[in-house]
Design a protein around this ligand. Structure first.
Ligand SMILES: Nc1ncnc2c1ncn2[C@@H]1O[C@H](COP(=O)(O)OP(=O)(O)OP(=O)(O)O)[C@@H](O)[C@H]1O
Ligand SMILES: N[C@@H](CCO)C(=O)O
Length: 308
């Protein structure tokens, strides 16, 4: 049996709408992501289990992981023997943690290993992005590549091999708080402006290029000082109950920045110390999340998708 884990991720990472994303590893060792197990079987079989399985359509043909299996058999490995594919759906749907990307990445990575197809990194990323585009209302790589490769990734069609890893300050902590309700990615994309002004486009390019260069030259504090989202956050914040209050409160508790993870509603902070991260997590647990929500203090997951 092949069993593959794919981690949750923060899309956009504030400064890089659709172009920057980071994989998350809770410091308490929780595996915050989906797991896909593939084993030989008499006929192709699909099982969806895990905490959030009941939130997905009961019809297998509507599950992205099953759709990936069908596509893989038809277009990549027609001679692959029959398999039982189990998706352990551990990430909430519409969370802003790259839930659909997690299922897609774990499934293709597991099938590639099982069938020994040895697809190249770019081939796999393109396959994965095709499926992410089906559900999210836009082709973007900022959950796919960090989830697959780990770390912080600058990513997109213009980037050689689709992705370049960026360094971060090893001392940073990331608090990720899922408030316990869903926000559909396609809906959260539909509220964004269809066009940017020349001024906004130039500022976005400056901010992302400066942020990437500052990280690459280890000027981490200066990178943090320009880490803000002027592209999506102003339009999405009204869709996320409690976000504005959290954005006001958390800097006083030590958050260097507070922004939306991916399309939301998960909120994330960057903190320079564990004590600050703990204070932010405590506030978020008391003021931002409901009974279905959760909060994790994280580092980046530098391993990305891996066999368990
Ligand atoms: N295995 C799967 N994982 C996640 N979503 C799935 C899966 N299979 C089918 N879907 C459907 O895809 C859609 C995913 O919606 P959406 O893009 O908003 O969620 P998401 O990927 O979880 O969001 P985010 O990237 O913000 O975490 C939902 O309608 C969901 O029912
Ligand atoms: N970059 C995407 C991420 C979706 O998780 C967006 O913000 O819509």
């Amino acid at each position: 049996m092949i069993e593959v884990y794919a981690p949750a991720s923060i899309g956009n990472f504030a400064v890089g709408f659709d172009a920057l994303g980071a994989a998350l590893a809770p410091i308490d060792g929780t595996l915050l992501g989906d797991v896909v197990a593939v084993s030989p079987a008499q006929n192709d079989e699909f099982i969806c289990s895990g905490e959030y399985a009941h939130k997905l359509p009961s019809d297998a043909s509507e599950n992205l992981a099953y759709q990936c299996l069908v596509h893989f058999r038809e277009h990549v490995a027609p001679t692959m023997p029959s398999v039982k594919l189990e998706l352990k759906k551990n990430l909430p749907i519409g969370s802003g943690l790259g839930s659909s990307a997690c299922s897609v990445v774990a499934t293709f990575a597991a099938l590639d290993k099982f069938a020994d197809t040895k697809l190249s990194q770019v081939q796999l990323i393109e396959l994965m992005a095709d499926f992410e585009a089906i559900v999210s209302g836009g082709r973007h790589y900022d959950n796919i590549t960090p989830c697959y490769l780990g770390g912080l990734q600058l990513t997109g069609d213009l980037i050689p091999n689709k992705s370049i890893a960026l360094p971060v300050d090893e001392s940073w902590y990331y608090v990720a708080a899922f408030p316990g309700f869903s926000l559909n990615t396609a809906k959260a994309r539909s509220v964004l402006p269809k066009e940017l002004t020349m001024h906004a486009s130039v500022e976005f390019a400056q901010r992302l290029s400066a942020f990437s260069t500052l990280l690459l030259t280890s000027r981490f504090d200066e990178a943090l000082s320009i880490m803000s989202d002027e592209i999506a956050e102003p339009y999405r914040a009204p869709l996320i109950a409690g976000f504005n209050e959290a954005k006001l409160a958390l800097p006083d508790l030590g958050a260097e920045i507070v922004s939306i993870s991916g399309a939301g509603p998960t909120l994330f902070t960057v903190c320079k110390t564990l004590a600050a991260a703990q204070q932010c997590a405590q506030w978020l647990e008391q003021n931002y999340i409901n009974e279905q929500g959760f909060c994790h203090i994280c580092k980046l997951d530098n391993a990305g998708t891996r066999q368990l």
